[in-house]
Design a protein around this ligand. Structure first.
Ligand SMILES: [Zn+2]
Ligand SMILES: [Zn+2]
Length: 176
């Protein structure tokens, strides 16, 4: 428990939750050679009953903006990691594939810990109202950034191909 990133507390009830954001999740598509990193946001998961890392889906409008920006400002560049040319045309084609995925995606965003869609994204946890309680949550950064990998792979609909890690353990009386 000593290495969590944040402690979430409520101004009204006794909620005290260690919170460690989940990183390193990927979508696996049957017809895609690359795994796509899952974009995340903080929020509340009713199924976990805690603050959780949630899936964040790009909007079609957002993807159109990326494409417009590539068309206006993009330049073909050498990828320093792979040594291959990263062309504007290829980048736009990647955006188009994401667009097709979002257009066909049926499931709303999910909780990364449990897979539930009963979630409420929060622009910021600090000041977010604790659902069912009404108190304000505060997000106290502990100064620790965890580099622990939680790698998991999801289908394009957000179904986990591995088991979900589940909600974080509640802080008990005997916690040391
Ligand atoms: Zn509360
Ligand atoms: Zn959850």
């Amino acid at each position: 428990m000593g290495d969590c990133e944040s402690i979430i507390r409520c101004s009204r009830c006794s909620l005290e939750q260690p919170f460690e954001r989940i990183h390193g999740y990927y979508y696996v598509h049957d017809d895609e050679p690359d795994e796509w990193p899952i974009d995340t946001q903080d929020g509340w998961c009713a199924a976990c009953g805690t603050v959780a890392t949630l899936e964040r889906l790009p909007t079609l409008y957002e993807i159109e903006t990326w494409i417009a920006d590539l068309e206006a400002n993009g330049r073909d560049e050498l990828d320093p990691v792979t040594g291959l040319m990263r062309t504007v045309a290829l980048s736009i084609e990647k955006c188009r594939r994401r667009e097709r995925w979002i257009a066909g995606r049926r499931s709303p965003p999910r909780c990364l810990a449990c897979g539930s869609t009963d979630v409420a994204p929060a622009a910021e946890i600090d000041g977010f109202l604790h659902p069912g309680c009404g108190g304000r949550l505060s997000d106290l950064f502990t100064g620790v950034v965890s580099l622990r990998a939680h790698t998991a792979r999801w289908t394009p609909e957000g179904n986990s191909l591995t088991s979900h890690p589940g909600p974080p353990p509640a802080r008990g009386e005997s916690d040391s």
